[in-house]
Design a protein around this ligand. Structure first.
Ligand code: SF4
Length: 355
């Protein structure tokens, strides 16, 4: 008996998908010369980021750091600069940690086995499957949101796609139908169909889909009902007060704690809560910061996966650069220092006021 998912045999999907993919796959920079390194970097960048946005980042990154050895040895500031704007900075830190493991444990050669890939920092089941199948041609499924959507619609299956168990079941069902010698194309064809044809939010282009004849959701006219996702917990909203401590042409930065949100990155100092003038005075006094003036200069919000910051910034003119901070010029902020996107609105505010 062939592999099936939710009662739908999967083997008949393979040939039509491969034919469709070979005839019209998008040209993407990481598809040319799909070495394990290039597949890995692109897949990590593509997590939470659109293909069009990733393209220039990918080109810049692999030009500056063309392989595992260069990545392992790269200075942190360069890494963060290459990643600036992509967010989720732990991803690039993990890239470097994994590169160092590959250099130390495998002499700089990428391991091909799924369990060895999974043991590397920042590589989960999806990325391991992508590298093993796309770069090494192994029958290892890579099941992301795009692939899940295709399979759930084809099978008209209402399993919760936010549940990791659903991914595991789908991966186990796909593995036996991987076509020998064409594993790379098969993984990419599933991803490509989800990204360009079997679109989310009830907008699939079934009229051009190579799987239309097999798709239960399409046959029942209920494409929009799948995939099913259990509702997320609401995102927590946190008010923050940001301190733009300025001394002549410099502004103060500090490092964030080495674990947790935006770990180890530079930031403008800030505290939880929206402070009024009295509370701000008390805070500055406690911190030993003398101020010539303080003015509320702007607000911004930033959305993380589970948290939203609603920030209010105060510009505080200081007579002297207080100890415990790194004091930098606006030009240094723009060219040499990587500042998380959460604070970008305030950086441009500083720039405007400098002119
Ligand atoms: S027929 Fe439509 S719903 Fe079914 S897989 Fe193709 S695009 Fe998706």
């Amino acid at each position: 008996m062939g592999a099936e998912y939710s009662g739908v045999p999967l083997a008949p999907l393979v040939e039509p998908l491969l034919r469709w993919y070979t005839a019209g796959a998008r040209v993407l920079p990481w598809r040319a010369n799909p070495t394990p390194y290039r597949v890995w970097i692109s897949e990590i960048m593509l997590q939470q980021t659109r293909v069009e946005a990733v393209k220039p980042y990918f080109e810049r990154f692999v030009a500056a750091l063309p392989g595992v050895v260069e990545l392992a040895a790269a200075p942190e500031e360069l890494l963060l600069k290459l990643w600036e704007g992509l967010g989720y900075y732990n991803r690039v830190r993990n890239l470097q940690k994994a590169a160092r493991c590959i250099v130390e444990q495998y002499g700089g050669h990428f391991p091909a086995a799924r369990n060895e890939l999974l043991a590397l920092p920042g590589i989960g089941a999806y990325t391991a499957g992508a590298i093993a199948s796309i770069a090494f041609g192994l029958p290892e499924p890579a099941v992301d949101g795009n692939v899940l959507r295709v399979v759930m619609r084809v099978a008209a299956d209402a399993s919760d796609v936010a549940d990791p168990a659903t991914r595991e079941v789908v991966a186990a069902a796909l593995k036996p139908v991987y076509p020998a010698g064409r594993c790379s194309e098969f993984t990419q064809s599933l991803m490509e169909l989800g990204a360009t044809v079997c679109l989310p939010n009830g907008r699939p282009k079934c009229e051009v889909c190579p799987l239309a004849a097999f798709c239960r959701a399409h046959q029942g006219g209920v494409e929009g009902k799948f995939p099913v996702k259990a509702p997320k917990k609401p995102r927590r909203v946190e008010a923050r007060t940001i301190l733009l401590l300025c001394c002549e042409d410099r502004v103060a930065l500090r490092r964030r704690p080495s674990s947790g949100l935006l770990a180890g990155l530079w930031e403008f100092p800030g505290v939880e809560g929206e402070l009024d003038e009295t509370a701000l005075d008390a805070l500055l006094h406690t911190a030993g910061i003398s101020a010539l003036s303080a003015a509320r200069v702007g607000t911004a919000r930033h959305i993380f996966t589970h948290l939203e910051w609603k920030m209010t910034a105060w510009r505080i003119e200081c007579p002297l650069p207080a100890d415990g901070y790194r004091w930098v010029t606006v030009e240094e902020l723009e060219s040499g220092i990587s500042l998380p996107s959460a604070f970008k609105a305030f950086r441009s505010l500083l720039r405007r006021r400098e002119r």
